[in-house]
Design a protein. Structure first.
Ligand code: XIL
Length: 370
C-alpha cells in the first residue's frame, strides 16, 4: 500500500507520544517579535491550510502578525471544492474567508483553473461535451459565493509550456476541450460573474537564469500581450517564485526587464509562491540558510524595485509544512522518523520547522521595508 506523506503525518500525529513530542518542539521555538513592515503598501502573505488557523500556535501567531494576504495552499482547488459533481464543499474556503475577515486580511482565490487539481469528472465532461458550461458553473459557484470577500482570483494557473507545444501553451484538458482560447474565455467569464474582483494568471519558472526560464518569460509576455491586445480582462501576472538553487542564479537583469514590460502593458505583478528548493544539504547549516536567503534577496531586490509588484507571498511560513518536503525522499524519511528534524528538512521558507526565524525572514523584513 502506498502511503502519502500526508497519510503518514496523519498517522504519526495520531499517536500520543508524537503529539507530546510535536507539542514540545513546537512550543520551544522562539517567535520573532516584529511584524513585517509594508510602507510601500505592498502586501506580504502566505499560503495557508485551514487547520493552521487554530488560534494561538506559533504558526498562527506569525500568520496573524506578518501577513496581510492569505492564499489557500490547496483547499481552494476545483477538486477540493467539488470532488463529486454537483456536491460543492465550501467549508474550507469559508473558514479561510472568515479568519481573514476577523483578522483584517485579504484572500486570493487559488485557483479557478489548474489542470493538476481538476476533478476527473470535470476533465471527462469537458473533453466529451466541449461545452463551456462546465467551467462556467464552477466559476459561478465560487465567484458568486465569495463576491466582496475574495478580492483577487488566480483564474488560470500554470498554462505555459515551452517544451512540448509550439504555441507555448500547455496541453491540458481545457486546451483539448476548448482550444488555446480557454484562457481568454476564463478571464472573460470571471469578469462577467464578479466585475470587481482582480483577475490574475500565474505560472512558475520565470525568474532564473537558464534557457527554460528565459523561454517561459518570453512566452508569458507574448500571452499577456495578446490578451491585452484583444481587450481580455487581466489585472495581474503571478510569478510563482519556486526557486530551485540547482537551476541557476536569479536572472536579475532579465527579470527586471520582464517586469518592466508587464508593467508597461498595464498589469500588476505578484510573487505568488515564494520558496527555495536547496541544491546541497551537505554544506554547513549557516551556508544552507545563507544561500536560500541570498536567492530570495536577489529576486526581491528586483521585485521591490518595481512599483507594479503589489504582493509577495511565500508558499508557507514554516519548513515543517512546506510542500517541498514531498519532493525530496530524504526529508520525507526525516519527517517520518521524527516529528520535526529541522536540519533534515529542506530549509526554503522564512521559519524553520520549529518556527525559529531564519535569515530568509530577515531578508523579507528588509525588502518589505524598502
Ligand atoms: C501545491 C501544494 O503546496 C501541495 O500541498 C499540493 O499537494 C499540490 O499543490 N504550484 C502551485 C501550487 O500553483 O498550487 C502548488 O501547491 C505548488 C506548485
Amino acid at each position: 500500500m502506498h502511503l502519502s506523506r500526508r497519510d503518514m503525518l496523519a498517522a504519526l500525529a495520531a499517536s500520543p507520544f508524537a503529539q507530546a513530542m510535536a507539542g514540545q518542539a513546537w512550543a520551544a521555538g522562539p517567535v520573532s517579535r516584529s511584524a513585517l513592515p509594508a510602507p510601500s503598501g505592498r502586501l506580504f502573505g502566505t499560503a495557508i491550510q485551514p487547520a493552521q488557523l487554530a488560534r494561538g500556535t506559533p504558526l498562527e501567531t506569525s500568520i496573524r502578525r506578518d501577513c496581510q494576504l492569505l492564499v489557500p495552499e490547496f483547499h481552494g482547488q476545483w477538486s477540493a471544492v467539488e470532488w463529486i459533481r454537483g456536491q460543492p464543499y465550501h467549508g474550507n474556503y469559508d473558514a479561510i474567508v472568515a479568519y481573514a475577515r476577523t483578522t483584517g486580511k485579504e484572500v486570493r482565490g487559488h485557483a479557478l483553473i489548474w489542470e493538476e487539481m481538476t476533478p476527473d469528472w470535470a476533465r471527462r465532461e469537458m473533453t466529451e461535451t466541449r461545452d463551456w458550461v462546465t467551467v462556467k458553473r464552477h466559476f459561478a459557484t465560487l465567484l458568486a459565493r465569495y463576491r466582496g470577500k475574495i478580492g483577487e482570483w488566480i483564474v488560470v494557473n500554470e498554462m505555459i509550456d515551452t517544451e512540448s507545444d509550439d504555441r507555448d501553451l500547455r496541453r491540458n484538458s481545457f486546451q483539448q476541450a476548448y482550444g488555446n482560447d480557454y484562457i481568454a474565455r476564463a478571464l472573460e467569464t470571471a469578469r462577467e460573474i464578479d466585475s470587481e474582483a482582480k483577475l490574475m494568471i500565474n505560472d512558475y519558472s520565470l525568474s532564473q537564469d537558464n534557457p527554460v526560464d528565459a523561454a517561459r518569460r518570453t512566452a508569458m509576455l507574448r500571452l499577456v500581450e495578446s490578451l491585452k491586445n484583444r481587450g481580455v480582462p487581466i489585472d495581474s501576472v503571478g510569478m510563482q517564485g519556486h526557486i530551485e538553487l540547482a537551476k541557476g542564479p536569479i536572472a536579475q537583469k532579465e527579470v527586471a526587464a520582464f517586469m518592466a514590460e508587464l508593467a508597461a502593458m498595464g498589469v500588476d505583478i505578484g510573487i505568488t509562491e515564494l520558496d527555495v528548493l536547496e541544491a546541497d544539504r551537505n554544506i554547513s547549516l549557516e551556508r544552507r540558510d545563507r544561500e536560500v536567503a541570498d536567492a530570495v534577496q536577489c529576486l526581491l531586490e528586483v521585485a521591490c524595485d518595481q512599483p507594479a509588484v503589489k504582493s509577495i507571498v511565500t508558499w508557507g511560513l514554516s519548513d515543517r509544512d512546506s510542500w517541498l518536503q514531498d519532493r525530496e525522499h530524504a526529508t520525507r524519511t526525516a519527517q517520518i522518523c521524527s516529528p520535526v528534524d529541522c536540519l533534515s528538512l529542506n530549509r526554503g521558507l522564512p521559519y524553520d520547522g520549529n518556527m525559529r526565524p531564519k535569515p530568509m525572514r530577515g531578508v523579507l523584513e528588509r525588502m518589505m521595508a524598502a
